[in-house]
Design a protein around this ligand. Structure first.
Ligand code: 1GP
Length: 230
């Protein structure tokens, strides 16, 4: 099992099983190699396809860590290396704060998955995101730095191992760089940033202001994203 550590800046590619036909997985793995990405996340807000087959196929063609990025309890796969054990801390819906986690915990207990507790913080990305709609929670307005910070402090005090600042898939307004900088200067746990990230410059800027992991989904799916650190 590959355990997720934040020993260096990580580029993550997000694969949504509904948008990725199984037959494309082999070529996707080749693209991920060329991109020099560090980790593959698999998941979505809602799933029409089983996540297991996608994870199994990914593991056939890549040595990279595959972590589940679950939209719900139905997205657990024992084939993966680990799971981001998310709690939607920006919201006030108990189902996504603790309900799904209680249902998932006994299942995870019988797996070898690396379970990483992550405070999932949804920030307004300029349009209603799937996360907002499906979780029935409000995102934090991106200019309310005090609320974001207070939520991040709470995440740290509650013992989460990372904070995920999420603008929502396909966000028009990705997380402001200044906000990532403020958060990274204020907490000591790793910061993951995702939502609407379109190019290499944005990724490098997020790394520069303190993000430990940057997640790219839509731009990778659309084949518009190029990144290579060498
Ligand atoms: C969504 O943060 C991820 O949960 C990725 O967003 O699809 O906009 O890259 P994009």
């Amino acid at each position: 099992m590959n355990k997720l550590t934040f020993h260096k800046k990580l580029l993550a590619v997000l694969i949504d099983p509904d948008k990725t036909p199984i037959k494309n997985i082999k070529s996707i793995c080749q693209k991920i190699e060329l991109l020099n990405a560090d980790i593959i996340l698999v998941g979505g807000s809602i799933l029409f396809n089983s996540i297991d087959k996608h994870v199994e196929e990914l593991k056939k063609y890549t040595q990279k860590s595959v972590y589940i990025f679950p939209g719900s309890i139905y997205q657990i796969s024992t084939q993966a290396d680990g799971i981001l054990f998310l709690s939607l801390l920006s919201g006030r819906n108990p189902e996504y704060l603790i309900g799904q986690q209680v249902l998932a915990a006994p299942i995870l207990k019988h797996t070898l998955l690396d379970v990483l507790p992550v405070a999932y913080i949804l920030i307004d990305g300029g349009r209603i995101s799937s996360v907002q709609y499906m979780s029935n929670t409000m995102p934090i307005p991106s200019d309310k730095t005090d609320i974001v910070l207070a939520t991040c402090y709470a995440a740290e005090y509650l013992g989460f191992k990372a904070i995920y600042l999420e603008a929502g898939s396909g966000a028009e307004k990705p997380i402001p760089f200044s906000l990532v900088q403020t958060v990274s200067q204020s907490v000591s746990i790793p910061i993951i940033v995702g939502g609407g990230i379109r190019n290499k410059e944005m990724v490098l800027n997020y790394f520069e202001v303190g993000a430990n992991m940057v997640v790219v989904g839509t731009a990778f799916e659309n084949d518009t994203f190029e990144f290579n650190r060498e």
